[in-house]
Write a protein that binds this ligand. Structure first.
Ligand code: FMN
Length: 477
């Protein structure tokens, strides 16, 4: 890997001119609005944004948005060559890596930059960092967005981490929201059912590779540390928390350590969500009493601002999720998958397209059903579109053309009911959240008469090549 922590990562990003440094933006709405403007209105490749000199905070106490949100920055994060130019090439590279990668467990060390400063007990103040309030209707300041919530299974012993949002209640208390079914929720539940405190570590500034592992569905029972170590090709160095013994990255920027007590709930939210809505209103959620705060000198708080797509972490989410779904489809025995794209408009979950080369009757339905229900694709999905191999799943025009011209609504749409959803689903009324339905749209040419399907009106490859050869410099100069 070309970098070992977020600082070296940022130096590399600056080297290829994709880092914007901004001084003087306020934590209260301004950082959020600036990031939204860059990702909605900006031209060209949106940069990573590093905010410094935040009013009311010491110089050097920084926040970072959009670390991984370009093909080049993703390639850097994952240790892939800079010759990768497109999302599909990234997905292929990620998939190839998944085929060969071996998991590597973390290595416990005694020292690391994260120990440069440790605040304990009464000295704890999570608001010593410039924690943003991202959107006007948010219920508070969110310290955990591009984060790792680290817990251990009390029975099975394995360590999980996931990106679950964390809201500040006061200097020493934060709330964490974990959707039903997520691994962190299952582990926390085990502690609460025994009426025991749940030890938790919240890491809010780290190697972006760890955030990719945190925000995507790694298999149950496999620690994200082992998964990320495998990708990095070396063990992630971790330090054991003084109070919980939970491992946190030695090269992290800011780490909160504490525990959540059963029955200790306080109102969390609302928070602008990845679907682009406030679908889950404020409700009581478990509180973490923060006992220790570890941080580097001049710490960097890593942030993600979910909202109406596209947002500052979405591209990386779509790439990793597409690769994971593709991998799980192959493991489930679906042959001839040609591509997968979890569209940004669906927040990387709700509008997923898979392309296949049909090989037998029922192949396209099988592909759609598996894509909609495999672990990486199951949570809060909505539409899965299956297209033929001549359709690029990441090309919206192509996909919509395939739906419009190759599907017949009466025959081509399957509905699956009572699937895994949750409180963030904007289409499910409050009080009924939990389940949703899925539509599999089979936009492939019907298998039994695909060869007799009307020919496509476009130049043959030979005619295109010959025309390009003759005219390219005049047409595209
Ligand atoms: C920026 C970002 C924010 C997220 N926020 C939450 C959240 O607040 N609650 C939640 O349950 N999942 C959230 N997720 C999704 C989980 O991180 C994701 O499903 C992950 O796989 C969960 O880890 P687990 O599989 O170990 O449970 C978020 C993902 C990202 C990328």
């Amino acid at each position: 890997m070309a970098y070992k922590d977020v600082r070296e990562f940022l130096s590399a990003v600056e080297g290829f001119d994709q880092l914007k440094k901004l001084n003087g933006a306020a934590w209260d709405l301004e950082m959020g609005a600036i990031t939204e403007l860059i990702y909605h209105e900006g031209k060209g490749i949106p940069p990573a944004v590093l905010f410094d000199k935040v009013p009311g905070y010491p110089e050097g106490f920084r926040t970072l948005f959009g670390a991984t949100c370009s093909v080049r920055r993703m390639a850097l994060t994952l240790g892939f060559p800079s010759s990768i130019k497109t999302e599909m090439e990234l997905i292929q590279a990620y998939r190839n890596k998944l085929k060969t990668v071996k998991t590597i467990p973390p290595k416990t060390v005694e020292r690391g930059p994260i120990l440069e400063n440790v605040d304990r007990g009464d000295d704890v103040n999570v608001l010593k960092f410039p924690v943003p309030k991202m959107h006007e209707l948010d219920g508070g300041r969110y310290i955990g967005t591009a984060c790792l919530i680290i817990t251990r299974d009390p029975d099975e012993g394995w360590v999980n981490f996931g990106a679950y949002r964390v809201m500040v209640h006061d200097e020493q208390h934060v709330a964490f929201y974990i959707s039903p079914g997520k691994h962190g929720n299952l582990q926390r539940q085990k502690f609460f059912e025994r009426n025991e405190p749940c030890p938790v570590v919240v890491c809010v500034g780290q190697d972006p590779l760890l955030f990719l592992a945190s925000g995507n569905e790694v298999a149950y029972g496999l620690s994200e540390y082992d998964y990320a170590g495998g990708f990095k090709g070396e063990a992630i160095e971790v330090i054991k928390g003084e109070t919980t013994g939970l491992p946190f990255p030695a090269h992290a920027e800011i780490v909160l350590e504490g525990e959540a007590l059963p029955g200790d709930l306080k109102e969390e939210g609302p928070f602008g969500e990845w679907t682009g809505y406030y679908a889950s209103s404020a409700r009581p959620e478990p509180v973490i009493k923060v006992k220790n705060v570890y941080y580097r000198n001049d710490p960097i708080l890593c942030c993600a601002r979910p909202g109406r797509p596209p947002s500052d972490y979405l591209l990386s989410k779509c790439v990793v999720k597409s690769a994971m779904i593709w991998d799980e489809m192959e493991k489930a025995g679906i042959p001839n998958v040609q591509g997968v794209w979890c569209h940004e408009s669906g927040g990387g979950r709700m509008f997923n397209i898979v392309s296949i080369k049909q090989a037998y009757p029922g192949h396209s339905r099988q592909a759609g059903l598996v894509a909609s229900q495999c672990h990486a694709g199951a949570y809060l999905g909505r539409y899965v579109i299956v297209v033929d191999e001549d359709i690029d799943p990441s090309n919206t025009n192509d996909v919509l053309w395939a739906i419009a011209s190759r599907s017949e609504p009466e025959q081509s749409i399957e509905i699956i009911r009572r699937c895994w959803s949750g409180p963030l689903d904007p289409r499910i009324p409050v009080g009924k959240k939990g389940f949703n339905s899925r539509a599999i749209i089979d936009a492939c040419r019907p298998y039994e008469w695909k060869d007799a399907f009307s020919p496509v009106v476009e130049s043959s490859p030979e005619l295109r090549d010959a025309t390009l050869k003759k005219w390219a410099d005049k047409l595209f100069s």
